[in-house]
Design a protein around this ligand. Structure first.
Ligand code: SAM
Length: 257
């Protein structure tokens, strides 16, 4: 788990610094210089633990930032408030490895236009964040029912507010892994590469043949999407659209579309 590896790297480098200090003595005494040394050692440990490359920058910067902040004279409660705000927004990202970033307007328009429009659909956004997709799609298609499930409290509260006048939306606070995908025609995911294999296995277990799992940006390894929608926005968003196959018929069959 990345957060545990980060903790081990930080504590390991602190312990090593302590041992060196008591053994041969430290090469310098200025707190900032020691923090830079500790950060470099933590980055080294993290590399040894095969952490993702971007952890190097976090380890290098963490302790120097602590030293600089503690000398800044800011009142202690500010750190507590900042921690609480981050926790309310990012909640279990350290465990799920899915941070908060939002689907843009063009993505929602392109997806809505691409989905079959000859029948009312039930669409679920798993990890619905602030409801960017839910509220936009609900406005575009009042005849569809758009659902969202989100774990983090702050984005969930905001999504409830933004969707309060949209009767064709339903938002739930919870963990989508604990919730069934069975009743939905379309499941939309904008997560990260980490959960994709497990999500595909869950979709195959629970979703009906012919329904769609649409992943914004993150492909499912060794699985060919039935279609890739290029959104045409600045970040080059692509939607990987996977059709749930019919287990009985090789090649699959369609219920939707
Ligand atoms: C990248 S954001 C996408 C937000 C929204 N779907 C959108 O497209 O604008 C991913 C969201 O998934 C949420 N999330 C991650 N794992 C989750 C889980 N197991 N159950 C519910 N929400 C989850 C995160 O809290 C985060 O808000």
């Amino acid at each position: 788990m990345p957060a545990l590896k980060a903790l081990i790297a930080q504590l390991g480098s602190l312990a090593l610094l302590f041992v060196i200090g008591h053994g041969v003595g430290l090469p310098f005494s200025a707190p900032l210089a020691l923090a830079v040394l500790q950060g470099a050692m933590a980055a080294f440990f993290a590399a040894g633990l095969r952490s993702a490359r971007w952890w190097t920058a976090i380890h290098l910067a963490f302790m120097p930032c602590v030293v600089l902040a503690s000398g800044s004279g800011l009142p202690a409660w500010i750190y507590l408030v900042a921690f609480a705000l981050f926790a309310l927004v990012y909640w279990s990202s350290f465990r799920t490895q899915v941070p908060l970033f939002l689907s843009n307007k063009l993505t929602v328009h392109r997806l809505t236009a691409w989905l079959p429009d000859n029948q009312p659909l039930k669409v679920l956004d798993i990890g619905s964040g602030t409801g960017s997709l839910v509220q936009r799609m609900a406005r575009l298609r009042p005849d569809w029912r758009i659902y969202g499930i989100e774990t983090a409290p702050a984005p969930y509260w905001l999504s409830r507010r933004l969707c309060r006048d949209l009767p064709n939306t339903q938002l739930t606070r919870g963990d989508f892994w604990q919730s069934s995908l069975r009743e939905f025609d379309v499941v939309y995911a904008f997560l990260s590469p980490v959960p994709m294999p497990a999500l595909w296995a869950k979709a195959l277990r629970e979703m009906r043949p012919g329904c769609w799992l649409v992943s914004n940006s993150f492909e499912i390894a060794r699985t060919t999407p039935a279609s890739i929608v290029s959104v045409g926005d600045k970040r080059g968003t692509r939607l990987f659209c996977y059709r749930i196959p019919d287990r009985k018929m090789p090649g699959g069959s369609a219920q939707l579309g």
